[in-house]
Design a protein around this ligand. Structure first.
Ligand SMILES: *Cc1c(COP(=O)(O)O)cnc(C)c1O
Length: 228
């Protein structure tokens, strides 16, 4: 099986899982995480219908986003201050913001360029030490800070679940959803409406994530690797 077929299978299964969960497939974006492959595989996925791609390194984001300009590029990796200029504007959505100083810099660059950068706040729901992100208790402060920035718009939350146990993954996803609902309920109505995204679920656990309300799933190996 090649990338084209694997993408088609993933998209079809996503539609099935949505239907069974009583959700509209149009409400869940499948982000194909192309970080391990080159442009040829990206082209295959586009041929199969992929419109959203994720990268975790600024270099890869730059080369691929500048080559494939008709699709959406998401930045899902570790943010470094000195690379923020390479990310802002190229990424339709930055999934991995969890530090004020990065928010401030994104705002500064976005303002210079006359755009508003959409971002998600990364939350370490499970408390695993190896995971980055804000603790659930600390997200409110960061959200408040971002609301004071005119060129950053927070669209929702992102998390990564511990791998290897689907029950724990499900609890992690449910926790992120509860947190989003709580934070949204504290926002003015117009802001609450655009604070709606839940980026959660990867190759191993995207099904559980969709059942728990994911609006964006980030799938790499299940699309780009024949070893998964
Ligand atoms: C690599 C990566 C993914 C995709 O992981 P797979 O297990 O290959 O599906 C999703 N999200 C983030 C943040 C990643 O770094």
């Amino acid at each position: 099986m090649g990338t084209k077929e694997r993408y088609e299978n993933a998209a079809a299964e996503l539609a099935d899982v949505c239907a069974r969960a009583g959700r509209n497939p149009a409400d869940v974006v499948l982000v194909a995480v192309s970080k391990t492959v080159g442009p040829d595989e990206v082209a295959c996925a586009i041929e199969a219908g992929a419109r959203d791609f994720g990268e975790n390194r600024p270099d890869q984001l730059m080369t691929k986003a500048d080559q494939f300009t008709d699709v959406n590029w998401h930045f899902i990796g570790n943010i470094q201050s000195r690379r923020i200029r390479d990310i802002v504007g190229r990424a339709v959505l930055v999934h991995s913001l969890f530090e004020e100083r990065h928010a401030r810099k994104i705002d500064e660059v976005a303002r210079e360029r006359g755009i508003v950068q959409d971002v998600l706040l990364e939350v370490n729901v499970s408390g695993e030490e190896s995971k980055s992100g804000r603790t659930p208790d600390d997200v409110r402060d960061l959200l408040e800070y971002c609301r004071s920035l005119k060129n950053v718009r927070v669209r929702g939350l992102m998390t990564m679940a511990p791998q290897g146990d689907s029950d724990i993954a499900r609890k992690t996803f449910a926790g992120l959803r509860t947190l989003r609902d709580e934070l949204a309920s504290e926002l003015p109505a117009d802001e609450a409406e655009s604070f709606s995204e839940l980026s959660m679920g990867m190759s191993e656990d995207w099904r559980e994530a969709v059942e728990e309300g994911a609006t964006i799933v980030r799938v790499g190996r299940a699309i780009f690797s024949d070893a998964f």
